[in-house]
Design a protein around this ligand. Structure first.
Ligand code: CP
Ligand code: NVA
Length: 298
């Protein structure tokens, strides 16, 4: 594995290997003496805000023996129009890997191509692969497996997280249900590209019935702030609340990638009732990303 740019580009074997290494990194945190990133410096180049992703990568790189530099893309010459392919070729002379959070998926692909250094997608408008790998790990950790589970995604079904779930469903053996208004459902050609057992519906109750996991993300993703009022009106009924949880399996997991907006995609009571799962999910970002970095370091 040279880069981690999307779930779409991963093979099932690569996903399984990452998940297996994640368990090792989690169970043996602080006891592993190998330092696969020793002598390396990785750049975190972010064009959007972050709490979890930034901190988990910075801590993870340090725990693997490496150093990291955080670059706010707006403060770099990138923010004044320097081309990505030029930035990539300069940084490649200095750094050993890059973790990038940006808008266009094509920008991260271009960076990977022109830098040649291992490049990780820390969220684009298209995908959030590290998040969904951590979430899959969390489901397996709590339920023993994801095979034959029903994962119901509630809310913005074309958000980066939903799209990464969609491609994960094409690789692994679980059923994905996307409960969104028609306008926020993935396009037919994306569904065909992903494959897998996927059901898209605007019938929220139908999607939640018998689910093993109810999953949601914010209604207004980063970069979509201008659409806030419209999205709130259109996505209004698509939230996880106590009534919806009752339709799922009795021991269903409620998951949220965070940050959460209580009263929008999830109600406050449901969030607090499932806080243990949600914050375990957040912690697992650290462990899964260490597994990814170790894989990329070879
Ligand atoms: N879930 C997630 O990626 O959080 P941050 O935006 O805080 O990194
Ligand atoms: N869909 C959200 C995920 C945040 C972690 C966004 O892109 O803002």
């Amino acid at each position: 594995m040279k880069h981690l740019l999307s779930i779409e580009q991963l093979t099932r074997e690569e996903i399984e290997r990452i998940l297996q290494r994640t368990a090792e990194f989690k169970n043996k945190r602080g006891q592993i003496s190998a330092r696969p990133l020793a002598g390396q410096t990785w750049a975190l180049i972010f064009s959007k805000p972050s709490t979890r992703t930034r901190v988990s990568f910075e801590v993870g790189i340090r725990e693997l023996g490496g150093e990291s530099i955080y670059m706010n893309a707006a403060d770099a010459q990138l923010g004044r129009g320097e081309l990505i392919k030029d930035t990539a070729r300069v940084l490649a002379r200095m750094i050993h890997g890059a973790v990038i959070r940006t808008y266009a998926q094509s920008d991260i692909e271009e960076f990977a191509e022109f830098s040649g250094v291992p490049t990780v997608n820390a969220l684009t408008d298209d995908e959030h692969p590290c998040q969904i790998l951590g979430d899959i790990f969390t489901i397996i950790e709590k339920r023993g497996k994801i095979d034959n589970c029903i994962v119901t995604f509630v809310g913005d079904g074309i958000a980066n997280t939903a799209r990464s779930w969609l491609f994960a469903a094409g690789k692994l053996d679980f059923e994905l249900r996307i409960a969104s208004p028609k306008k926020y459902q993935p396009k037919k050609k994306t569904l065909e590209r992903a494959g897998g057992r996927v059901m898209c519906t605007d019938n929220l109750e139908e999607a939640a019935r018998g689910a093993d996991v109810l999953y949601t993300d914010i209604w207004v993703s980063m970069g979509r702030e201008a659409e806030e009022a419209r999205r709130e009106a259109e996505l209004g009924p698509y939230w996880i609340n106590e009534a919806l949880v009752k339709l799922a399996k009795p021991d269903a997991l409620v998951m949220h990638c965070l940050p959460a907006h209580r009263g929008q995609e999830i109600d406050a009571k449901t969030f607090e009732a499932h806080a243990q799962t949600i914050f375990d999910q957040a912690e697992n970002r650290l462990h899964v990303q260490k597994a990814i970095l170790a894989e990329l370091a070879g």
